[in-house]
Design a protein around this ligand. Structure first.
Ligand SMILES: Cc1cc2nc3c(=O)[nH]c(=O)nc-3n(C[C@H](O)[C@H](O)[C@H](O)COP(=O)(O)OP(=O)(O)OC[C@H]3O[C@@H](n4cnc5c(N)ncnc54)[C@H](O)[C@@H]3O)c2cc1C
Length: 302
């Protein structure tokens, strides 16, 4: 990222919300469920699986968490009715983790039970490091009863290699990503090479144990590295999948599919789009260009 792009990233909180909304359109399926259904049907039609995400996080009122619970269940019901190839991704702070652990566990259990009754699967996203212990605890608790629940792991956390070594002692289901939150160097690798080395080491641990992994990255080196490990461990196509975010590197996404691997696209939607959009925009290497294009096209009335 150029110095100019970095400056734009820093000033992102000053960008008016409608502008952020405009240039984050590519990352979000829409504000309502029918738009997300439409996007998933489209993706399924060209060979991709999906995971749907009702946007929202850091909920501090029980009523909002219960609304989220209802929406998540509705998504699962709709996936079944519409015969879509999609599962559901959830965030624990969207279901009450900042309010009360037991309350959140009840909410998540209800979603996972509903998914089970519909033969579907729920992935728990991993949020910032203040939530890691509780997220892994909840995953382990639910996993005792349900096989249709999985959790995301972050390769930038120094602890993850140890966590995964413990977790794979029981059959497990992971999504592995680099991690998106800003964490202190004490607990997180900062250099790209270290994060990538950690990523590939964790995949090896998972493959060796015979657990399932969704390899969630848009990084060419990690995809090539994963291909090597898939070959080394002679993994069958149903023992892993690749995952990418809606709107990010469709070229690479298509290539992975052409190379004969399964690919799942993360399809977020909903009215609480702001925090997610800002995270995606900060990762966009052409940040400044994207923003100025958006501002200019607004001025031109597009
Ligand atoms: C399916 C999925 C689920 C995820 N779930 C979580 C989660 O639960 N918890 C969590 O902390 N993180 C999650 N992430 C985010 C992840 O941690 C990374 O922040 C993000 O994927 C970028 O890392 P990367 O591996 O793609 O590598 P990067 O090095 O960041 O990106 C590789 C290349 O992809 C391109 N690229 C990446 N992002 C963008 C963008 N926004 N716009 C345009 N180009 C881009 C760039 O060309 C870049 O060079 C998830 C990611 C995916 C794909």
């Amino acid at each position: 990222m150029s110095l100019f792009d970095k400056l734009v990233v820093k000033s992102l909180p000053l960008v008016p919300k409608p502008v952020v909304r405009y240039f984050s359109k590519r990352y979000i399926a829409g504000e309502h469920l029918p738009e997300a259904i439409y996007a998933v049907r489209d993706l399924n039609g060209i060979g991709f699986m999906a995971t749907m995400d009702v946007l929202g996080e850091s909920v501090t009122e029980k009523e909002l968490a219960v609304n989220m619970l209802r929406e998540c269940k509705e998504v699962l019901t709709k996936i079944k009715q519409e015969n879509l190839d999609s599962n559901l991704s959830i965030k624990l702070t969207q279901l009450g983790l900042e309010i009360d652990y037991e309350f959140t566990l009840r909410n998540v259990r209800e979603i996972v039970e509903h998914a089970q009754s519909l033969e579907n699967f729920v992935r728990i996203d991993m949020e910032d490091s203040s939530t890691t212990d509780q997220t892994l605890e909840m995953y382990k608790t639910l996993r005792k009863k349900f096989s249709n629940v999985g959790v995301a792991l972050q390769s930038y956390l120094r602890r993850t290699e140890k966590d995964v070594t413990e977790l794979v002692k029981k059959p497990s289901n992971f999504r592995l990503c680099k991690g998106i939150y800003v964490e202190p160097e004490k607990i997180a690798f900062k250099k790209r090479e270290e994060i990538n080395e950690s990523f590939l080491r964790i995949i090896e641990i998972i493959f060796e144990a015979g657990s399932y992994v969704g390899i969630a990255t848009h990084d060419d080196d990690l995809i090539t590295g994963s291909y090597r490990l898939i070959e080394k461990y002679n993994m069958k196509p149903d023992q892993y999948e690749f995952q990418m975010l809606l709107g990010v590197r469709p070229d690479l996404r298509d290539q992975v599919l052409r190379d004969g691997h399964r690919m799942r696209i993360y399809v977020p939607f909903g009215t609480y789009w702001y925090q997610y959009s800002v995270r995606r925009l900060k990762e966009n290497p052409k940040m400044a260009g994207t923003i100025f294009k958006a501002i200019l096209s607004r001025k031109n009335g597009k």
